[in-house]
Structure formats: structure tokens, C-alpha cells
Design a protein around this ligand. Structure first.
Ligand code: AMP
Ligand code: ZN
Length: 453
């Protein structure tokens, strides 16, 4: 018995020591003074620029075209000398031509919707998975979560990064995870009650829906153990936050990430005054989307992100398309890591439907694979209750339009199912006669989004 006990004791002892060391390192980096953080960030930026110049033909060519070498990166402001990267690059180099490690070093793939038919594939080395969990885990501790918490993850598990992202981060900080994924709302509420769930990761609109279903079930979330909502993946407003906080007695913590960057990575701290971007994980800049000039703190513009330690699929000066502002002053929580304020819009036409990115070009691409479909379509998005609904009106070619309801229904079902597979989110389809949708003299306005957030 004793011989079995000693190895177990050793393992536990080692785990405890590792836990203490990781906790101290975590605390140290979170509270590091600005000057030290800047030095660390510059060191990482230089190393990443050098690594990519040496390893990646894509980045080397891009840097050469801008007449910049890794030696030219001497200060943090020199990041502006580096070339941009766009969603188009991700599409052009599909699926893994921008990866900078051999296949055997990849231990996971995720995917997110691309601008046309093909998704963006993201590969991860062991270190990438580790950094991802470290970054989000750190953020979770910054809102006071830890070993005493039970975190229910109601983001989708699978190719989408939300589920596994929160899952690994929650495990890393020693919390107990309930991997609920999306759907089955009544059961989710049952779990919150039965397991004493303290934090719930979801899209803000799903959080509202959960609250509403709980009310219908006669359950008052205010009286439950649930105290924190880890909410993101879609735009939401302070008004919506106020509603969630006052109606359900839950702090609504804004969380940000994107699959190209790894997945969900950063959150607000307990002060709820903007999302902290860890300086050793990412360098964030705000630029004028037209002139590409770097903007200062407090100026609204397009966010550009450089991931400083990513290995498999490096990201430098990525024009992610989100519009926000940067706050550089030290937060009242004491952390000197910069913050972004709420994301107020996009520079492109990307829609977020139930947390899933949808590009009108993707819809168009999918519709065009059906020979019966004509030239025009329209996307109508609204919020019904708390959930997004998308309706796609599709004009048929004259030869395909018929009075035969059965035939039309069969075609509608075929297109609906194709769209669902292509977009990863459901849309209703309405087939309309040729020439019945609006035509445009200037830029077409094919999307009508009436959601209020
Ligand atoms: P994905 O790659 O599917 O994770 O989508 C990433 C995109 O989701 C971002 O570029 C943002 O447009 C959006 N997003 C993620 N988190 C938030 C948030 N907290 N507020 C607003 N938009 C968000
Ligand atoms: Zn803070």
C-alpha cells in the first residue's frame, strides 16, 4: 500500500510545486511595470521578425518588398515598418502554406469561416496551445476566477475555437470545467444549478436567452451560484451588459479573440474598463483604415494585431477588421498591459450570426454553386427574442422558376442545407421570382441587418 502511496504523493507534490511556480509567474507578468513589459515586448517582436525572415518565404518576400530587415526593428514603434497581413492572404495561402513548422510539430487544427467558400485553417504546435491556454487562463485569473470555480463552457466545441479555448484555459487555472457546448438550454440551466456553476462562457445573446429560459423554468439566476458571464465572440453594447447584470445578477465580462490569433485570448479585468491585451502575447496597434497611419491612444480606428510567440501559423500586423480604440494608461487594477475598448464595428461587411462569422461573399459563393440561382440575393438579419435569425432571399433564373410548389420546396431545402454546411450556421431561404429583388446603380446593398445590440 505504502509503495503505491509514495509515487502518488510525489506526483501530487510535484503538481502542487508546479502550480505554485506557475501562479507566481502568472502574477509577476500580470503586474510587471510598463518599462519592463515594453522591453519584453520589443525582445519578442525582434525575435519573431527574425524567425519569420529566416523561416517564411512569404514574410521574407513581404519584408523585402517594404525594404525592411529584422535589424530595422529597434523600437516598438518600428513595428510600423513591418508589412500588413490580410484575410486575403489567408485565403490565397490556403490551407497551410503560411505555416512555419513541419507537419509533425502540429498537434491541432481549428478552422473559421473565410470570405468565400473555403474556411481559414489554423494549426497549432504544443507551444501554441500552451500559450493560448496561458493567455486566456491569465485573463480568467484577472477577473478573480481560479480553483474554487466551476466554469461552464457554452461556446461551440469543434473546429470553432470558442469551446476548446475556454476549456483549456479553465483547466489551466485549476477550475472545474463543464463542457456543455451550445444548445440544450434547459439542461444547461440544470447543470448550473446541480454543479454550482460560478462562471458561464457564451455569446452575450445566448447568455440573455439562458436567462430568459431560466425565468420560464421558474429559476431565479440571481439566487444561483452563477456570478460571472465570460461573454464575447460577437458585438454587444454596454446597454446589453447592463441588462444582463441587473436582470440575472451576473458580471458580464467582455472577452475577445479570433481563430487566426488562436481563439479566445483576452478579457477585461474585474474593473470592466476594456480588454487587456497581454504584452508578451500580442502587440496591438490602431490604424487609420484609409491612410494606414498609426493612431494614438483614444483614437478610433482599425485594429492591427501581431502575435509575438505564435509558432505554427504566425500572424504579423494582421488587419483583423475590427474597429476599436486603445487605452495605454495603467488600469485602475494596476496592470500596465494595454486595453482595447468595446469593438464598435467592422471595416468590412462581415456579419456575426450567433457568434459565427458570415461573409456575404461566402453566401454568394455558395448560392452560385446552384445552377437554378439567378444574379440577385438579399440577406436579412434580425434578432428574434435574443437569438439571431438570418433569411436569405434568392432570385431564381427564369427557366428555374416554377409554379410547382413541391419542386420549389425541394430546391429550397437543397439550398438551405448547402448554405448551412457552408456557413456553419442555419439560415432560412426564400426563393423569389426573377427580377423581384432590388437592383442598385452604385454599390449593392445586399445586407439588411436590423439587430439592435
Ligand atoms: P472568430 O474568428 O470566429 O473567433 O471571430 C473573430 C471575430 O469575432 C473578431 O474579429 C470580432 O469581429 C468578433 N468578436 C470576437 N469577440 C468580440 C467581442 N467581445 N466584441 C465584438 N466582437 C467580437
Ligand atoms: Zn485592469
Amino acid at each position: 500500500m505504502l509503495s503505491g502511496y509514495i509515487p502518488e504523493f510525489r506526483t501530487r507534490f510535484r503538481a502542487t510545486i508546479m502550480g505554485i511556480i506557475m501562479g507566481l509567474l502568472n502574477e509577476r507578468i500580470q503586474m510587471m511595470p510598463r518599462k519592463e513589459l515594453d522591453e519584453l515586448q520589443l525582445k519578442l517582436l525582434k525575435a519573431q521578425a527574425r524567425r519569420l525572415y529566416e523561416l517564411s518565404p512569404f514574410y521574407r518576400e513581404r519584408m523585402k518588398a517594404k525594404n525592411v530587415t529584422p535589424e530595422d526593428i529597434r523600437t516598438l514603434d518600428d513595428s510600423a515598418k513591418l508589412p500588413f497581413m490580410t484575410k486575403k492572404d489567408l485565403r490565397d495561402f490556403y490551407p497551410d502554406k503560411l505555416f512555419t513548422v513541419p507537419r509533425r510539430e502540429i498537434i491541432r487544427y481549428h478552422a473559421s469561416s473565410g470570405t468565400t467558400g473555403k474556411p481559414t485553417i489554423v494549426g497549432y504546435t504544443r507551444k501554441d496551445i500552451d500559450m493560448w491556454a496561458e493567455s486566456l487562463g491569465r485573463s480568467l485569473t484577472s477577473v478573480g476566477l481560479g480553483e474554487d470555480d466551476v466554469i461552464q463552457v457554452a461556446n461551440t466545441y469543434g473546429l470553432f475555437t470558442g469551446g476548446l479555448g475556454f476549456h483549456y484555459a479553465a483547466e489551466r487555472i485549476g477550475a472545474a470545467v463543464v463542457p456543455a457546448s451550445t444548445g440544450n438550454t434547459e439542461r444547461q440551466i440544470q447543470m448550473i444549478q446541480d454543479l454550482g456553476v460560478t462562471a458561464y462562457a457564451a455569446t452575450p445573446s445566448y447568455m440573455m436567452y439562458v436567462g430568459e429560459v431560466a425565468e420560464k423554468m421558474g429559476i431565479d439566476l440571481k439566487q444561483s451560484t452563477l456570478k460571472t458571464g465570460l461573454l464575447g465572440a460577437e458585438p454587444w453594447s454596454d446597454k446589453m451588459r447592463d441588462r444582463i447584470q441587473s436582470q440575472y445578477g451576473i458580471r458580464g465580462i467582455n472577452c475577445f479573440g479570433a481563430s487566426e490569433l488562436s481563439g479566445p485570448l483576452f478579457t477585461e479585468c474585474s474593473e470592466q474598463t476594456g480588454i487587456h491585451f497581454w504584452k508578451d502575447v500580442a502587440l496591438v496597434e490602431i490604424i487609420d483604415p484609409e491612410t494606414h497611419e498609426k493612431l494614438g491612444p483614444g483614437e478610433s480606428g482599425e485594429m492591427v494585431i501581431t502575435m509575438l510567440q505564435k509558432e505554427a501559423f504566425p500572424i504579423i500586423r494582421y488587419r483583423i477588421g475590427d474597429i476599436t480604440m486603445l487605452e495605454e494608461d495603467t488600469c485602475s487594477c494596476g496592470r500596465a498591459h494595454p486595453r482595447i475598448t468595446r469593438i464598435t464595428g467592422r471595416v468590412d461587411d462581415m456579419l456575426i450570426i450567433r457568434g459565427i462569422n458570415v461573409f456575404p461573399s461566402q453566401v454568394e459563393h455558395c448560392l452560385n454553386t446552384n445552377p437554378e440561382v439567378g444574379n440577385e440575393f438579399q440577406i436579412l438579419v434580425e434578432r428574434k427574442g435574443h437569438l439571431d435569425e438570418m433569411l436569405v432571399k434568392v432570385e431564381l433564373k427564369p427557366e428555374a422558376f416554377t409554379d410547382n410548389i413541391l419542386e420549389l420546396n425541394a430546391l429550397r431545402e437543397r439550398i438551405t442545407s448547402k448554405l448551412r454546411n457552408s456557413l456553419n450556421v442555419g439560415a432560412k431561404v426564400e426563393l423569389v421570382p426573377p427580377g423581384s429583388l432590388p437592383r442598385y446603380e452604385g454599390k449593392a446593398k445586399r445586407v439588411k441587418d436590423t439587430r439592435e445590440i
